[in-house]
Write a protein that binds this ligand. Structure first.
Ligand code: OAD
Length: 273
């Protein structure tokens, strides 16, 4: 099904990074100083105490930076590169591991140029390649490694170590010196409109949706494969458990993404029957 599809939308979630050891949002691993993400990942928390929120994101950046892309990310990066303009990757993950997997292969990937999702820039993302020729990954929930200015709206890559010693040492905008914030979607916030629009545009014109490691509970991301289905396309799912989408999928492959994707996408050994 995937091989015969002209256009494939790939949607990934937290499950594809599980085998890389990325700590989950929920559960004991995701706790920091006894605080839950719901108490920190909000605009209110940032207004109240930006130092504490940046300290938490600095900690998460370091945790994720110590993780490596797993064979699932690598197989997908390689397959996307081979398919060139015949596939688009949208992810709910903020860990940047898809981009790193592509870079490890020498295949360029980019989670968007400077000011991509910024309201001030007016640029519309190209879902295939950006102006530098990098494959664009649609990061629906933003990225731990991007930041946005709370004053002028600039948004772009931001990988610096965070110094959260005091309010004065927090990351500042290089254009207007305003306070930067992590460019991630917080509880109660909208998803970046242009990124979501580009993903839906793709979903509506795709012949197949490959859905990997997502519970398919959080909308609007979970609606993307349904858009493909409603226009006559097929859903292929990879997950360790059944999900909301399983009954709608033409094929649902039960297993860890790090094992299933290399086999499915033609990179692994032939499975023994
Ligand atoms: P969830 O934590 O809701 O679901 C993870 C899915 O991955 C589950 O369906 C698991 O069965 C599956 N899974 C676990 N290990 C796997 C493996 N090794 N291989 C394949 N599948 C595996 O994560 P998401 O669906 O990504 O949003 O959650 C969506 C959004 O909910 C997140 O992006 C976040 C959260 O609220 C925001 O932060 C805005």
């Amino acid at each position: 099904m995937l091989a015969s599809a002209d256009r494939v939308l790939v949607l990934t979630g937290a499950g594809i990074s599980a085998e890389s050891g990325v700590p989950t949002f929920r559960g004991a691993q995701g706790l920091w100083n006894d605080l839950r993400p719901e108490e920190l990942a909000t605009p209110e928390a940032f207004r109240r105490d930006p130092r504490q929120v940046w300290e938490w994101y600095g900690w998460r950046r370091e945790l994720v930076a110590a993780c490596r892309p797993n064979p699932g990310h690598t197989a997908l990066a390689s397959w996307l590169d081979e398919r060139a303009s015949g596939a688009c990757l949208a992810t709910q993950n903020v860990d940047g591991l898809h981009t790193r997997a592509a870079e490890d292969l020498g295949a360029v990937a980019d989670a968007g140029p400077d000011e991509w999702a910024s309201e001030v820039s007016g640029t519309i993302p190209d879902t295939q390649r950006d102006h530098t020729g990098h494959r664009t990954i649609l990061e629906l929930h933003g990225s731990l490694f991007r930041a946005r200015c709370t004053r002028c709206g600039w948004e772009g890559p931001h990988r610096d170590l965070v110094n959260a010693a005091s309010r004065d040492t927090l990351p500042a905008c290089r254009h207007c010196k305003g306070l930067l914030r992590p460019a991630v979607v917080w509880y109660g916030e909208m998803l970046p409109p242009r990124v979501v629009a580009a993903a839906f545009q793709w979903a509506r014109s795709a012949d197949a949706a490959l859905v990997v490691g997502t519970s398919a509970l959080v909308h609007p991301a979970a609606s993307l494969p349904l858009e493909t289905l409603y226009r006559g396309g097929t859903i292929v799912e990879v997950n360790v458990e059944p999900t909301e989408l399983t009954d709608r999928a033409a094929v649902s492959l039960r297993g860890p993404a790090g094992t299933v994707l290399p086999l499915l996408l033609g990179m692994g050994e032939t499975p023994r029957v």
